[in-house]
Structures are given as C-alpha cells and as structure tokens.
Ligand binder design. Structure first.
Ligand SMILES: C[S@@+](CC[C@H](N)C(=O)[O-])C[C@H]1O[C@@H](n2cnc3c(N)ncnc32)[C@H](O)[C@@H]1O
Length: 309
C-alpha cells in the first residue's frame, strides 16, 4: 500500500481536519452509492426496507451478557459508531455486493452473479482440507448473513444433509438484519442460530464444529484480537476440523498498487488495516495450534487461508 507518497501524505493531513474529513467521506460515500445503484444495487431503498424489517428484531438479537471490547467501538467504514449502528447494518448487504462487483470490473456481472462467484471461489479453496463430514459449522463475524447463507447452501449440497450452520457477530444491529434477511428469503433450511458474542469469547462449547469460517473479518481486528480469535476457533473445532479465513491479500498486485489517494482513504476508514497487513498470519495460526496451512488466491484481491485443528 502506498504510504509516504506525497499525495497520500497530503490526504492524511486533510483528513486530520474534522470538517474536511467529513466532507471527503460524504463525497466518497455519495460516489460509492451512485456507482452501486448504476450497477443494479438498490442501495437506498434496500436500506430503508431492511431497517423497517429489522427494527422489531433488534432487542431479541442482542445478549445483555455480551461485553464489547473497546477496539470494536472504533469508527469503521466512515460510520461514526462503526458496526454498532443501523446505517452500517442496513447498508452491509449492498456494500458486500458492491465489493464483489469491484473484483471483476471489466465483466458486466450482476451483483448476485459477482457475489456467487466470490463465495464459490472461497468454498472451492476449502475443499482440499476437509477430511471430516461437516455436521456443524460456524461463521464468525457473520455480519448480515451473506457469508452464512452461502456457507449453508454450499454445505447442504456437498453433504447432502441439513447441516447445522450458525452465525456469530458482535453487532446486534447486524444480527437483526441477518434475521430479517432470512425471514424475507424464508429458506426451507434456515440458519440454526445467530449468536451475539465476541469471536474471541464465544461462550460456545469446546470441540463442537468441523468447519469455522472467518470471512472478511481479520482486517477489522487489531493483531492481539486476531490471535485471540484464532485460539478460540481452535478450541471450538474438533480435532481435524478446519478453519478458513478469507480477506484482502497483502501480496496481491492490485492491493500493492492501489493509487495513493485510494490507499490513504481506505486506511482512514479501516483502523486496523495496517496491523492486518503486517501480521504474519501463518505464524499466528501456528501459535494458535493449527497445522497443515494452505493458502489460495480466490480472486485477484483476496486470499483464503485454510488450516486444520
Ligand atoms: C466485513 S464484515 C464480514 C462480513 C461477512 N462475514 C461476509 O463475508 O459477508 C465484518 C464483521 O465482523 C464483525 N466483527 C468484527 N470484530 C468482531 C469480533 N471481535 N467478534 C465478532 N464479530 C466481529 C463485525 O461486526 C462485522 O459484522
């Protein structure tokens, strides 16, 4: 990532001034929403719809016993309250689709085609490491359930069974929207449970899953939290179970060559991105007790790391 670049440096200085920061983010946000709407993502209408559907589910989506680590309260993605607000939750589905579309800019994919292609590539990267039949799987940092639903559909088909798939997230708003999206889709085989907990302190039973996924979560964590989440995942997996994590690939040419203004803006909306990029993930996985690490690029920007407990 470009740092120390004169344009990046200038943007960093501008972002340090609060009114300018707000103006820049407002402009960037407007551009993101307009671009997404031009590509077929009904950003604003969908936000209002999800908000109306999810509001009645908020209270029952949070566990009062769950404590929220202070790093999680940081400002993410230019949302003042980070992941702990309606706006973030009601725009997460659209942002996920927009992210999938950006992976293949030259192809005229629909949002759902891009999303399906992304998730299929992630799942395909997991397959060579799976040795146990998967009866129970957990999606850590499930957000509004896009990753959880794709995991469930894929596992049901692969295992020819109704696999018990659960989602876990620290944001009650995200979980309320996940439940609203499930209710809307009314699938024949629903997600078995939505847990409100920190991924590093799930409160779930030891050795109860054969597969755990962490999709696009680690770049939102300081390194110490990543280490704690990996240890918790190791505890939750049965011996021989598999952890799969997908996120930005620090070695991807596309990421290394991001134009300085974009790289600086990105870093300013992702408080732990630098820590994520400099963390030796293979060493962190090994320290948490994992072995047989495999690494695959699932697309030009992202890598899947798969390891066995
Ligand atoms: C970018 S979203 C992931 C989206 C989803 N997994 C997908 O692939 O579509 C990151 C999610 O991780 C959650 N998260 C971040 N830190 C967490 C933690 N320590 N414990 C549980 N969830 C966490 C956030 O609330 C957010 O919903």
């Amino acid at each position: 990532m470009a740092s120390g670049h004169p344009v990046g440096w200038l943007i960093e200085r501008l972002l340090a001034l609060e009114p300018l920061r707000q103006l820049l983010f407002w402009q960037a946000r407007r551009l993101i929403i307009r671009t997404a709407e031009r590509r077929g993502i009904d950003w604003r209408a969908r936000r209002e719809h999800l908000r109306a559907q999810a509001t009645p589910l908020l209270q029952s989506s949070g566990d009062p016993a769950t404590s929220t680590p202070s790093y999680y309260r940081a400002r993410f993605h230019a949302y003042q309250l980070g992941n702990l607000c309606w706006q973030a939750a009601c725009e997460a589905e659209q942002a996920t689709d927009a992210m999938a579309l950006r992976i293949w800019p030259a192809e005229l994919l629909s949002p759902s085609q891009a999303q399906q292609r992304l998730r299929a590539a992630i799942m395909a990267a997991i397959v060579p490491s799976l040795s146990l039949p998967v009866r129970r799987a957990l999606d850590l940092g499930c957000s509004v359930g896009v990753s959880t639903r794709s995991l469930k559909d894929w596992l049901d088909e692969r295992e020819a069974a109704d696999v018990r798939v659960e989602g876990l997230d620290l944001s009650p708003e995200m979980l309320a929207v996940a439940r609203a999206r499930e209710a809307e889709a009314a699938p024949a085989r629903p997600i078995a449970a939505w847990h409100h907990a920190a991924a590093e302190a799930s409160g779930l039973a030891t050795a109860s899953y054969e597969l755990i996924t962490l999709e696009f979560v680690c770049h939102e964590l300081p390194s110490s939290a990543t280490a704690a989440v990996l240890s918790e995942a190791h505890r939750l997996l049965r011996p021989g179970g598999v952890l799969a994590m997908v996120d930005q690939d620090p070695e991807s040419e596309l990421i290394r060559r991001l134009p300085a203004p974009i790289a600086t803006l990105l870093k300013s909306t992702e408080p732990y991105l630098e820590q994520y990029f400099s963390l030796d993930m293979a060493a962190a996985l090994q320290a948490a007790g994992f072995h047989s690490l495999r690494r695959e690029a699932c697309d030009p920007r992202h890598r899947v790391l798969v390891a066995v407990a």
